[in-house]
Design a protein around this ligand. Structure first.
Ligand SMILES: *[C@@H]1O[C@H](CO)[C@@H](O)[C@H](O)[C@H]1NC(C)=O
Ligand SMILES: *[C@@H]1O[C@H](CO)[C@@H](O)[C@H](O)[C@H]1NC(C)=O
Ligand SMILES: *[C@@H]1O[C@H](CO)[C@@H](O)[C@H](O)[C@H]1NC(C)=O
Ligand SMILES: *[C@@H]1O[C@H](CO)[C@@H](O)[C@H](O)[C@H]1NC(C)=O
Ligand SMILES: *[C@@H]1O[C@H](CO)[C@@H](O)[C@H](O)[C@H]1NC(C)=O
Length: 299
């Protein structure tokens, strides 16, 4: 009787360990970040910040040398089985985050521009989340050579530099970064290009505009980087309108924007947990009304 139950126990332990070896359940922290990443992918699409293209990622909360983002898929369609854990060192896929038996080359192809994310994480240890998007209200600014400047408190993270947010211009990269024979297709597809983009950030601004392409946004959490991306788009709309109105005014007038003090204080207030939480509650409720978006990690 005793030996039978010990045998049964051993068998069940072997079974559990075999299962463990194949699929390790992600930690609570990773699961929580993954829930936000899926919501973020859906929200960024719902709010028209990105379309079929563009992406959001998070540093792995359990290991700061890794980051998590989906393989190459339209963000609106992302589910837990699209999430991949990548090396920050070289943007190589390690495994599917929620099926660790799928590793290395067996992981479906990632976004060719995942180097935007890996090199920003490498350059800025305090950055925990990144968005890259082709938002059409933002693109005219780099095209006109005009940076964005904070015009409203919720967009304070854009900063108040005289020339506005820095602009990453593919056409003016040196041949050491973009060799003559490399495709000049605006895509940031290796560590050297990613590093050049990351090096364009200014301490004053969370955003870099990309000429003919879109923007890169860095943040301190997934919710924070979605908030910054949304209000970068809204700020672009406000700054465009202000520029046109100012040009029509007697004598002409460029938008002044916020003072550095106001931008800084407003950012501290507006990017606090309470404000982010209020926005997140609305945005998750909005994506929940549309069956296109499936977050299978959230009840
Ligand atoms: C998980 O997250 C909590 C809250 O952010 C943090 O205090 C804790 O250290 C994290 N655990 C690990 C293993 O990183
Ligand atoms: C953290 O990630 C690095 C790079 O993938 C890996 O070499 C290291 O073993 C990981 N650390 C832990 C504690 O898992
Ligand atoms: C990528 O980086 C990781 C961590 O440094 C390293 O272990 C791995 O060998 C690298 N892979 C490739 C293909 O270079
Ligand atoms: C994990 O991936 C393997 C290989 O594709 C597949 O056979 C298995 O069903 C997957 N497991 C889960 C839980 O999806
Ligand atoms: C920008 O920030 C980095 C670290 O966050 C710091 O080392 C550097 O001195 C800052 N540069 C300027 C011009 O303030």
């Amino acid at each position: 009787m005793k030996s039978i139950s010990i045998r049964a126990l051993t068998l069940s332990l072997v079974f559990i360990c075999r299962t463990c070896a194949q699929v390790v359940s992600p930690s609570t922290n990773v699961t929580n970040v993954a829930i936000d990443l899926l919501d973020a992918s859906h929200i960024l699409h719902f709010l028209d910040i990105l379309d079929a293209f563009g992406h959001v990622s998070s540093r792995n909360p359990d290991n700061s040398s890794q980051f998590i983002m989906t393989f190459a898929i339209a963000p609106a369609l992302a589910t837990s089985q699209s999430l991949v854990t990548y090396e920050i060192d070289n943007a190589t896929a390690i495994q599917l985050t929620f099926n660790t038996s799928v590793t290395g080359a067996a992981v479906p192809s990632g976004f060719s521009e995942r180097y935007i994310h890996s090199q920003i994480y490498k350059a800025f240890p305090d950055v925990t989340s990144v968005v890259h998007a082709h938002t059409t209200s933002v693109i005219p600014f780099a095209a006109a050579g005009i940076g964005l400047k904070a015009q409203m408190g919720v967009a304070g993270s854009l900063g108040t530099l005289t020339h506005g947010t820095p602009i990453f211009d593919f056409a003016s990269l040196p041949t050491s970064v973009l060799p003559e024979d490399a495709p000049h297709n605006l895509l940031v597809v290796n560590e050297v290009l990613g590093d050049a983009l990351a090096g364009t950030f200014s301490n004053d601004s969370a955003v870099v505009l990309m000429t003919g392409h879109g923007m890169a946004v860095r943040g301190t959490s997934v919710r924070n980087v979605v908030f910054r991306s949304y209000y970068t788009m809204e700020n672009a709309n406000v700054q465009s309108t202000t520029t046109f109105l100012g040009a029509l005014a007697m004598g002409g007038k460029s938008p002044t924007g916020l003072s550095p003090r106001v931008a800084m204080d407003a950012t501290t207030t507006n990017e606090g947990d309470s404000t982010l939480g209020r926005a997140w509650a609305l945005w998750t409720a909005q994506v929940d009304t549309n069956s296109l978006y499936v977050n299978d990690l959230r009840p």
